[in-house]
Design a protein around this ligand. Structure first.
Ligand SMILES: [Zn+2]
Length: 439
């Protein structure tokens, strides 16, 4: 497998050396006495076994992804859009597909391929099948072919119950039980208020926080959690009839408002869910490499906007206008020699090249490239200080602005651009800006 993933040979040999030759030493009364070799290779808990396991699971992921492409395979209706076939966290594996024999059979076959090539087997007694809306005969066929037992939701995954409906009071009992078990452990000790405050903050509320990010917890459960935290704070037990010295609402306000800065569990739960809705609505988009260049604090707002357009190749260059049928010539307005597109303007055009050269000399940039992307990469990888880089980025946005401005001047005022004058103007804008923004 290491070979197929193109790991270097020397590295593979080292790994195999570790896997095939472990020895166990026996320690008697603090003295090492003899050793024996391991017949079955690495043991669980060995530092390297984790990483090898991750590699194995990568192989499973690839098999399952490949299988998902097959025409006979149907995704679970809710997983179709993101093409989800499986989730795995360490050795906890959930596989899902449409509730039909053919798709389940493909899943099992893919898993069998994985098992036979890696030697990793599923533990039958710890595995189960969960179905919904399937007829009994079809379900029985699946149970027979897989050898797993059929069970009902909810099941536990990463410590929380997974169910199809809203989580119920009884399912939350585990959460309550977890909290009370912790307190029972602590209650034998005589803890100070400070210690209890710390424990409520860092242990009890963080158990709740984990659940609150996943579920909308029932009101009754939230009330119970509040009660447990309150009782523990004031009495050191998880239940007391004693009333607190300060109202819980007050305790849950920030420290500068007179509270202890605890989280209000109900509000926190709502906040988590709102966040989830927000994330779903907004969605995630790939990050761009140029954001830090344009929006760095040394660059001027008017430079930022033009650069923002330039980086996305959306300036209205003559070649863009010609492509849209607005003009019929696409020659560069500055040099009239080549097509005026973003690549030419930044910085292949003789005028741009001249400006760039002067710019490089000014900020001692030693790369010979005339490509905007390569220039940025050079700066990012250079061993300049963060401040020096920011000045360079501000300079680049200014340079882009200046070139675009000169190009527009040719269009409107028919005046020929002058490299020296342009560079002088650029310096006169960037220098004071840096001085003003400097702390
Ligand atoms: Zn040109």
């Amino acid at each position: 497998m290491l070979e197929a993933l193109h790991f270097p040979e020397a590295f593979r040999e080292l790994v195999m050396e570790c896997v095939t030759t472990p020895k166990f030493y026996i320690m008697i009364n603090g003295v090492m006495r003899g050793f024996f070799s391991s017949a079955r290779g690495l043991r669980q808990g060995d530092p390297i076994s984790l990483f090898l396991f991750v590699l194995c699971m990568e192989y499973l992921s690839r098999i399952l992804n490949e299988m998902g492409e097959l025409q006979q395979f149907n995704y679970h209706p809710r997983c179709k859009d993101i093409r989800l076939t499986h989730m795995c966290f360490a050795d906890d594996l959930v596989m899902c597909c449409k509730g039909e024999y053919a798709s389940v059979y493909l899943l099992l076959r893919a898993f069998k391929l994985f098992s036979s090539s890696t030697g990793l087997q599923a533990n039958v007694s710890k595995s189960a099948i969960y179905t919904c809306g399937m007829n009994v005969r079809e379900r029985q066929r699946i149970v027979d072919v897989s050898g797993f037992s059929h069970q009902h939701l909810p099941f536990k995954y990463l410590g929380v119950p997974i169910c199809a409906k809203r989580i119920s009071n009884t399912q939350c009992e585990v959460l309550i039980e977890k909290m009370t078990a912790r307190i029972r452990l602590w209650s034998s000790r005589n803890l100070s208020y400070t210690a209890r405050t710390q424990l409520v903050q860092s242990v009890l509320l963080s158990i709740h926080q984990y659940w609150a990010q996943i579920f909308v917890l029932p009101q009754q459960v939230l009330k119970k959690i509040t009660q447990i935290c309150r009782d523990f704070l004031w009495s050191g037990q998880y239940f007391t009839l004693k009333s607190g010295y300060i109202a819980w609402e007050k305790v849950c306000t920030p420290k500068n408002e007179g509270g202890l800065g605890f989280r209000d569990v109900t509000k926190w739960n709502i906040a988590c869910m709102v966040r989830k809705v927000y994330d779903t609505l907004v969605g995630e988009h790939p990050k761009v490499h140029w954001a830090g260049i344009i929006w760095n604090r040394l660059s001027l707002p008017k430079h930022r906007f033009i650069s923002w357009l330039a980086f996305q190749e959306r300036l209205q260059t003559t070649s863009r206008l010609a492509a849209m049928g607005i003009t019929n010539q696409d020659n560069c307005l500055l040099c009239a020699m080549q097509k005026e597109d973003h690549y030419h303007l930044f910085f292949q055009c003789p005028y741009s090249k001249g400006c760039l050269q002067a710019f490089k000399e000014w900020l001692s940039i030693t790369t010979s490239t005339t490509d905007l992307k390569l220039l940025i990469r050079w700066i990012q990888r250079s061993r300049k200080s963060k401040f020096q880089k920011n000045v360079m980025y501000a300079g680049i946005t200014g340079l882009i602005y200046k070139i675009w401005q000169s190009r527009n001047k040719v269009f409107w005022e028919m005046c020929a651009p002058n490299i020296d004058a342009s560079c002088k103007q650029l310096k006169n804008i960037v220098k004071p800006r840096v001085r003003v923004v400097l702390p």
